[in-house]
Write a protein that binds this ligand. Structure first.
Ligand code: ATP
Length: 579
């Protein structure tokens, strides 16, 4: 990720574009409420000074009306400004979420998905607080302080000067401590997102933890995270424990000083007792924001850290979606032309490979583990771009075809069969943009040899499959994935044949399901079974990222020595076929 990212509140304002009308109205209401609050002490002064001459009903009713109006304006202002805050955060969440979905697969190779989740959850929450509460408080407090100071000057210049002289002293203490709080909050939030990632990943692999008896080890890993957060929390507590009494003592000293000095001035007949009371009320209005400043600074620094992390994501480069120049309707050929590829460590995983896959054919790819077979599929799916060379559909380079348009031409059934929580039906229909009739859904499920199983369940197609399909067996998940691929009606099928040992019944069903797929579309298969290889029109032998042979089973058996060895290694049980 980039180190330098513009993350000011102004920048956030620009990209989330909140309602200026609501914000200005909220601000105006806040100013009106502030002015009303400030007028009340003046009326109280009049009421107090008129004790001897008789109370004025008019002044009292004016003071009461001001109080009521102050509540109304303050409530309206708070509501409007909070609405603006919530709106900003919603827009940030939407932007982040759509950004995450547009970022290339490579981004997720380098960043943990769990950590990314906390960008949308906790980081945006820190921003809600600053916009909905803290900025509103800052603006209203700022206005109140300025206006209160003006009133104080009007009431009594010498007393105001005394007050102004003592105030900056606190800032010398608050600001450096605030900076320290920022550093601690930043570290805490980074750690918190790492913790979120760790916790979610660990809990999702709970079976592995139990089988390997690693509960104690994982408890200790968690403990390290919690210890760090604890130490950070303690450091923060130390600063806060220092700040709170300092501010409290400061408030008391100022109050004692002002009251003492004021009482002397009343005694001297320089100000009235009503004026002293009004002065004290203004003083409270000035002191409150100063006392809250500690909280404000902490929240501001937290929000800054969150904004920095959010804008780092928003500045990331998205997958390029070229507007379709060479639109391909129904492609008839996929071609790899001198393709090389490395992930990131300058290690060539795919080395200058070329091959063609023609419409209606079955191509099998074989090779030892780590040879680069899945990487070829990732390149076809355009999860990554080749480092050099070209991939073409009907002679048109991938560079000139819109990525969505390109991907629509392929269905990928991977070995790890991704299944979402939701119903079986949701999973089979995933990615369909049109309504699918139940009859057709059943037809597809029958082709995938999963219909019988589904109707045997109490809720049939509406059965919930649990997180990542936990409630299904490996074979069932795979057949659901095959049904999903059949539903997609793409032009090329990319199939990673399962290596997992399944019982023979399951295996037969999967084989039948796979054959339904193969017969329907052009198929490129990472083969692990001899029967698949023998039936292929073309077999690609891949070794260490290089193609060492292409041909039919018979051709390769005759002229590719290494093919025999690979076949033997991969299909030990079935090796009698080729000897
Ligand atoms: N995201 C990645 N980042 C970096 N290196 C990777 C990544 N994915 C795979 N590799 C490396 O690329 C090489 C080829 O991996 P690939 O998964 O394509 O092999 P494969 O032939 O499909 O293996 P298998 O049959 O075991 O699935 C391996 O050395 C692997 O470590």
């Amino acid at each position: 990720m980039k180190n330098k990212t513009n993350f000011s509140i102004k920048h956030m304002w620009k990209i989330t574009n909140p309602s200026k009308r609501q914000f200005s109205l909220g601000l105006v209401f806040s100013i009106i409420s502030g002015i009303l609050t400030l007028l009340i002490p003046l009326l109280i002064k009049d009421i107090m000074d008129s004790f001897s001459t008789g109370l004025s009903f008019k002044t009292i009713s004016l003071a009461v009306s001001f109080l009521i109006l102050e509540v109304i304006f303050s409530a309206m202002s708070l509501y409007l400004l909070s609405k603006v805050g919530e709106g900003v955060v919603k827009k940030l969440r939407v932007k982040l979420w759509s950004k995450f979905l547009k970022l290339p697969v490579k981004f997720y190779d380098d960043n943990k998905s769990g950590e990314m989740v906390s960008r949308i959850t906790s980081d945006t929450t820190a921003i809600v607080d600053i916009i909905s509460n803290e900025i509103v408080n800052l603006i209203t407090s700022g206005i109140t302080v300025v206006l209160a100071l003006i009133f104080l000057f009007i009431l009594d210049v010498p007393m105001t000067l005394v007050l102004i002289l003592v105030t900056p002293i606190t800032l010398f203490v608050i600001i450096p401590l605030g900076v320290k709080v920022y550093e601690l909050s930043f570290q805490e939030q980074s750690k918190m997102s790492k913790l979120t990632a760790y916790l979610s990943q660990t809990l999702s692999e709970i079976k592995l933890i139990k089988s390997y008896n690693t509960e104690v080890k994982e408890t200790n890993v968690g403990l390290n995270h919690f210890n760090f957060l604890y130490k950070n929390g303690i450091k923060r507590a130390k600063i806060n424990s220092l700040l709170t009494p300092i501010l409290g003592t400061f408030t008391t000293i100022v109050l004692i000083g002002v009251i003492g000095f004021g009482a002397w001035r009343v005694d001297q007949g320089l100000i009235s007792s009503g004026e002293l009371v009004a002065f004290l009320l203004y003083l409270f209005q000035i002191i409150t924001p100063f006392v809250q400043m500690n909280h404000f600074l902490t929240s501001l620094q937290e929000a800054k850290g969150s904004m920095k992390r959010i804008f780092e994501i928003l500045d990331e480069k998205e997958e390029e979606k070229i507007v379709s120049e060479g639109y391909i309707g129904s492609p008839t050929q996929l071609e790899f032309r001198d393709v090389s590829f490395e992930y990131k460590d300058e290690r060539n995983i795919i080395k200058n490979i070329s091959f063609k896959i023609k419409k209606g054919s079955l191509t099998a790819i074989i090779g030892p583990s780590g040879a680069g077979k899945s990487t070829i599929f990732s390149l076809i799916e355009r999860f990554y771009d080749p480092t050099s060379g070209d991939i073409l559909l009907d002679g048109v380079s991938y560079k000139n075809i819109n990525i969505e348009d390109w991907r629509q031409k392929f269905s990928y059934v991977s070995q790890d069969t991704p299944i979402f929580s939701g119903t079986i039906k949701d999973n089979i229909l995933y990615g369909q943009t049109h309504d699918i009739k139940d009859d057709y859904l059943i037809e597809i499920a029958q082709l995938a040899h999963i219909h019988e199983f589904i109707i045997g369940l109490p809720d049939g197609y509406n059965t919930e499959v649990g997180e990542r399909g936990n409630l299904l067996s490996g074979g069932q998940k795979q057949r659901i994935a095959i049904a999903r691929a059949l539903m997609r009606k793409s032009y090329f099928l990319l199939l990673d044949e399962a290596t997992a040992s399944l019982d023979s019944q399951s295996e037969k069903k999967i084989q039948k399901a796979i054959h339904s797929l193969i017969n329907k579309q052009t198929t490129f298969i990472i083969a692990h079974r001899l029967s698949t290889v023998i039936n292929a029109d073309q077999i690609i032998v891949l070794d260490n990222g290089e193609i060492t042979g292409i041909g039919t089973h018979d051709e390769l058996l005759n002229n590719h020595v290494y093919y025999k060895i690979v076949i033997k290694q991969q299909f030990e049980k079935e090796s009698t076929f080729i000897n």
